[in-house]
Design a protein around this ligand. Sequence first.
Ligand SMILES: [Fe+2]
Ligand SMILES: [Fe+2]
Length: 296
Amino acid sequence: MNDKEQGQQGQDDWRRVRFDVLEQIDKLPSLSSVVHEFLVLSRQEYFTAADFEKIISKDQALVARVLKVANSALYGRSRTVPSVAEAVVLIGLDNLKRIVYAVSTEGLTKRDLAHYRFHPDGGFWLHSMAVGLTAKVYAEAAPEAGLRGEEAFVAGLLHDVAKLIIDDFLPDGGPGPVDLQDESAAVGLNHAELAEYMLKQWNLPPAITDAVRHHHDQPGAGAGNESGILLGLAEGLCDLWRVGREHPVDLSIEAPVDAFLPALEQVGLDPSRWEAVVWDIRQQLAGIEDLYHQGA
Ligand SMILES: [Fe+2]
Ligand SMILES: [Fe+2]
């Protein structure tokens, strides 16, 4: 398929969706414009922490939530973080951005889904957060995949967002786990395709919408979907550890590199670095269940 045909296919996808599905999407809480503005600013060559403060202070409800998380035990502060400006100094701009992205998407991820096998105690949020944190580490270790760390985090947070919508349209009591075909049969698109449509509506950049669209692609099937393969790789590791599927999470389960070789090759991550990367991911995911209960 050439680029033009591929573009055409992308444009036509949404026409396969049931009309009442589009209506449901309109009813979702809209993604704060802060996410879009932060991502745009982060891509610029020059920016200051004050530029981020200016954007976030337009949304006072978000500021209040962000400060609550910044003041939680998570960041182990001995003194209170009273303002966004001080948060930048005390916890750093990267941490502040991470909290902003997580808090801005929690209306979409702190949900219970009836038909997908997430743990009822925050499983969907834990899965989304874990895939985001994991994808960020991979993206930084494999820059050739074309996804910046911050974009990978947001892509991970939102990669399964369309399940929220599809969940309402699935028949009850299916024989096994819901697969992509079940989703297409129910609404006309699978959750990766429908999420692309939703994220475009929310003005997220192509790097993120492409990655989400392709996160269930098989490695080796063709070039151009490396960012999606990277996101799928993150999901594979989180599922191996049962994050969001079972409590407690077991990060000690071995992650043999052999199971991931085709994906590693496609994203340009040398298998000799696997152990170090997985160690880093374990550090990121340690205590993730506490993170959920602390309201992060
Ligand atoms: Fe997922
Ligand atoms: Fe998925």
